[in-house]
Design a protein around this ligand. Structure first.
Ligand code: PLP
Length: 425
């Protein structure tokens, strides 16, 4: 995997997270659970930070990818800012110790209450996505007697060539303002006393495995920067979004590296003298996390074998939602030369969509064995639910030879007690 080290390696046939055996975590925490590697998180953050060396820049981790406060604190202590998309994420980032001046607020539906919360608590900038939002932001800032720093998210109408559910930069997507209307919208923003317009924002999609769409979008941003400056706007900050993809399958052609991406940023935008922000999520957290699960049954069907795990679609929805591929590996390797088996890998949830993989060739495993889903650190735990009344699963953070539970498994009682039965029943 080259420079994208993931720190989940086999030692004498047993899978480790850094210096901790996965089987030992499973023994203490129970399955299923998520486990993250501190070294991988930091390594990936640093790759981006180094890729932009020489430019005034801030890497704002898109915390929707994995938002446990221990992960946020790990990255924030290394110097990262955060990209938040809700009031809840803003609160989480602040609770994890991220200063307001390192938080950018994205999203198409910021409410007046969320805007007020961020203005009161401190914010680096709002990435504004529409004129109605601009009006609310302006009114809220004026009522508070402050000016809100804003960039305007432009939709460059670029095909990110990724899964349709995570493409955001085409004109048919709900995100941003059409780039063709940029001049008129910047003029409107400049006329609003409660706003301080400081730059431009774009984010064209997620899991991009080719730099070309970035190049097209950033070239449009460069051109627009000159045009807007010509109109008298002070464009001093460019937020370039996230989206760089990761290798999910071992045989995948490796996506471009942060260093290639950084070189592209410098080539297309470096001459403008702007401060650069980027918002990577998946590339920082994706390969920094595993989902670990135990085999409950191996069931022989008419024409196939089903591997039934104790993890399900409610714990990791990516295969069901995006047809995503995850490597599934045994925690204890079989003896060398053991022939592979072929399974449909499924969970216990009552939906046919609760299928992690079909016809997957992998080492044979038996009930009681542990398996690990690789590249499950991003858009894994954060998208989980309690569907089928399955409690949210724990998250564990490893650092060298230490590990800590960073979100514990709730008891059935804690889950059930959130319901209230009305007195009139
Ligand atoms: C989701 C998102 C990101 C992060 O995307 P990744 O593909 O995880 O890097 C960055 N910025 C915005 C505005 C987003 O919505």
């Amino acid at each position: 995997m080259g420079v994208l080290l993931d720190h989940f390696l086999y030692r004498d046939g047993a899978l480790f997270a850094e210096d901790v055996p996965i089987a030992e975590i499973a023994r203490q925490v129970g399955t299923p659970f998520y486990v993250y590697s501190t070294a991988t998180l930091l390594r990936h953050y640093q790759l981006f930070d180094e890729a932009l060396e020489g430019l005034d820049h801030l890497v704002c981790y898109a915390m929707k990818a994995a938002s446990n406060q221990a992960i946020l604190a790990t990255l924030a202590q290394a110097g990262a800012g955060m990209d938040v998309v809700s009031g809840g994420e803003y609160q989480r980032a602040r609770a994890a110790g991220v200063p307001g001046e390192r938080i950018v607020f994205s999203g198409v539906g910021k409410t007046a209450a969320e805007i007020r919360m961020a203005l009161e608590g401190g914010i680096r900038q709002f990435n504004v996505e529409s004129e109605p939002e601009m009006e609310v932001l302006n009114a809220t800032a004026l009522a508070m007697g402050v000016r809100a720093p804003v960039t305007i998210r432009l939709n460059p109408d670029v095909d990110a060539k990724t899964h349709a559910k995570i493409a955001t930069g085409k004109s048919e997507n709900k995100f941003g303002i059409p780039i063709s209307r940029a001049r008129e919208v910047y003029a409107l923003a400049a006329s609003m006393e409660g706003l301080e317009v400081i730059g431009i924002d774009v984010h064209i999609g997620s899991q991009l495995t080719d730099l070309t769409p970035f190049e097209v979008a950033y070239s449009k941003v460069a051109e627009l920067t000159e045009v807007l400056r010509g109109d008298g706007h002070e464009i001093r900050r460019l937020d370039l979004g996230g989206g760089l993809g990761i290798p999910y399958a071992r045989d995948n052609q490796a996506p471009p590296l942060p260093s290639d991406y950084g070189a592209l940023v410098k080539r297309t935008l470096g001459h403008l003298g702007c401060e650069i922000e980027i918002e990577p999520g998946r590339l920082i957290a994706g390969n920094a996390g595993l989902l670990v699960s135990e085999v409950i049954y191996v069931k022989s069907g008419e024409d196939r074998d089903f591997l039934i795990l104790d993890a399900a679609m409610n714990d990791l929805i990516r295969p069901a939602m995006y047809e995503a591929y995850h490597d599934i590996v045994p925690v204890i390797e079989p003896a060398p030369g053991t022939p592979p088996a072929t399974y449909d890998v499924v969970g216990p949830v009552c939906e046919s969509g609760d299928t992690f993989a079909k016809g997957r060739e992998m080492p044979p495993v038996a009930p009681g064995d542990l398996v690990a889903f690789r590249s499950a650190g991003a858009y894994g735990a954060v998208m989980s639910s309690e569907y089928n009344s399955r409690p949210l699963i724990p998250e564990v953070l490893v650092k060298e030879d230490q590990f800590a539970v960073i979100r514990r498994r709730p008891t059935f009682d804690e889950m059930i007690k959130r319901d209230t039965i009305p007195q009139w029943l």
